[in-house]
Design a binder for this molecule. Sequence first.
Ligand code: GLY
Length: 383
Amino acid sequence: MTRTESDVLVIGGGIIGLAVAWRTAQRGLRVTVVDPEPGRGAAQVAAGMLAPVTELQYGEEPLLRLGMASNDRYRDFVAELADLTELDTGYRETGTLAVALDSDDRAELRELHGFQQRLGLESHWLTGRECRKLEPMLAPGVRGGLHVTGDHQVDGRRLAAALVLACERSGVTLHRASVTELLLTGDRATGVRLSSGERLTAAQLVLAAGPQSHLLPGLPAGVLPPVRPVKGQVLRLRIPERYAPFLSRNVRAVVRGQHIYLVPRADGELVIGATSEELGYDTTVTAGGVYELLRDAHELVPGLTELPLVETGAGLRPGSPDNAPLLGPTSLPGLVAATGHYRNGVLLTPVTADLIAEHLATGAVPALAAPFSPSRFAPKAAA
Ligand code: GLY
């Protein structure tokens, strides 16, 4: 039983796969997404920080450019989604405050500030007193911080719901099923087999299956490097009216070498993230994970112990070998990758969708995508 209906078939309906499908359908191509539960995945757990400047790492300037390009598109991207779906994605232009809790953190943040300034990024050094003036709930011991006015937030769950509806309203076929095998014709990827036995074929396929991407049966060896799962545990607290606003912007720090961040949403939710654990595909919420998050968050904002804890959860970030995404055509003709976004999936959704849709519609690899070609991991030929 074969159905041949699509120009493009997207394997994986997380926010990356859905956004790619939506943007590609806008280009006039017939698109199908295959996923048992479109809109599920890491976005259901993510805090949704849009933080290319505060999460800047040495040696990752191409990733910074990609992150900045995506951040710049966010306002229009969510406005377009809202026009089409009448759904609010919870996008908020709050800015972010990254604070230091001791003199070592302070020295590290000072260094990051210097690096940001050399790259011409918008970031302001504040004293501890100035930090507490912006965010009075911060611990009295805060030693200083960086105010990054362009690093914002979006609600991953609302974003996923809006993307599902945007796909439906743009003519994308959402096929709620599991893919069991990638199908090849000669040396070309031409379709997938589903758990029902049904086969779907398409002119081009997009692999957007997060940390499952390289495990797809039928995928020839060496086409994709391993995309490892990096577990993140996250807590959700509720800010009662009487404590509002509690925090007015994203607040983050590095405590005992671990990133901790607090993301206050307009609807009163306060998201605390995230652990970073390399334990395979396990998504158990552990007492130790919850303890560490609460302990570190409490050091930053002691008053949060008064707030109701309403949810705990764990998700899997898809990490490539160099922690940068895999974007564009693979060495297998017919197969395009859009995966490996690691800590930046929510941030990189708009730019990934635009770049991959451009490639699918024109065959060209946009310049912004070139540094993220999956072929960068191909074994080099002997000289
Ligand atoms: N981008 C934040 C995280 O992955 O924890």
